[in-house]
Ligand binder design. Structure first.
Ligand code: S3P
Length: 195
C-alpha cells in the first residue's frame, strides 16, 4: 500500500464517514479519477454502473434495451443509496444519475460531491473508444453529448467542488482533486454550492 501524503491524510480524516461521489458526463473521467482517489485516500471504490450490472446480471446497454431508461434509473437510485449508506468510500456514478431528483437529493445531502468536467473533444475521444453507452447509439455522439451537457451542466454545477479532467497526466487530476477536497473540507471554498 502506498503511503498517504499529509494532504490526503487530512482529507481522509475530515471526511469522516462521508462518502465522496463523483458526477459528470460520460467520458469525463469519473471512474479513473475515482479509482485513483480511492487508492490515494486508502478508501474502498465503487462504480454505480458496475454495481447495477452485478445486481441485474446484465450490461447497462442490455438493461436499457430490455427494460428502458426509467427502469435503469430506478435501479441506479437504489444502488447509489446503498453505496452512500455504506459510509466512507469513493463512488463514481453514471452521467445521468443526478438527473433523477431522488438520487441527486441523496448525493447533495449525504456525500461530498465532485463534478469531474472535461472539454468536449476529450470526452468524445474517450467515449468513441467503446460502444457500451446506450444513449450515444442513436445519433451523432457529439450532438448527443452537447445536448446532454446543455441540460445537465446546471445540475452538475451544484456539486461541492469541480475538477478539470484534461488529457494530461492522471496524477495531476488526482492532485487537483485532493487539493480541492482539502480546501472544501477546511471551509475554504467559493463554489456555487446548492442551498
Ligand atoms: C449514462 C451514463 C453511463 C451509464 C448509462 C447512462 C448517462 O455512465 O450510466 O449509459 O445518462 O449519461 P458513464 O457516465 O459512466 O458513461
Amino acid at each position: 500500500m502506498k503511503e498517504k501524503t499529509p494532504r490526503a491524510e487530512e482529507v481522509r480524516e475530515r471526511l469522516g464517514r462521508r462518502p465522496v461521489v463523483l458526477i459528470g458526463l460520460m467520458g469525463a473521467g469519473k471512474t479513473k479519477t475515482g479509482m485513483m482517489l480511492a487508492q490515494a485516500l486508502d478508501l474502498p471504490f465503487a462504480d454505480s454502473d458496475t454495481e447495477i450490472e452485478r445486481a441485474a446480471g446484465m450490461k447497462v446497454a442490455e438493461i436499457f434495451e430490455r427494460f428502458g431508461e426509467e427502469h435503469f434509473r430506478a435501479g441506479e437510485r437504489r444502488v447509489i443509496a446503498r453505496l452512500i449508506g455504506e459510509g466512507a468510500g469513493i463512488v463514481s456514478t453514471g452521467g445521468g444519475a443526478v438527473m433523477t431528483p431522488a438520487t441527486a437529493d441523496l448525493i447533495w445531502t449525504q456525500a461530498v460531491s465532485v463534478w469531474v468536467r472535461a472539454e468536449m473533444p476529450v470526452m468524445l475521444e474517450r467515449v468513441m473508444r467503446s460502444d457500451r453507452r446506450p444513449l450515444l447509439k442513436n445519433g451523432d455522439p457529439e450532438e448527443i453529448l452537447s445536448a446532454l451537457a446543455a441540460k445537465r451542466y446546471p445540475v452538475y454545477g451544484k456539486a461541492d467542488i469541480v475538477v478539470e479532467s484534461h488529457n494530461g497526466p492522471a496524477e495531476a487530476v488526482l492532485n487537483q482533486t485532493i487539493d480541492k477536497l482539502h480546501d472544501f473540507l477546511a471551509g475554504r471554498h467559493g463554489s456555487g454550492r446548492h442551498d
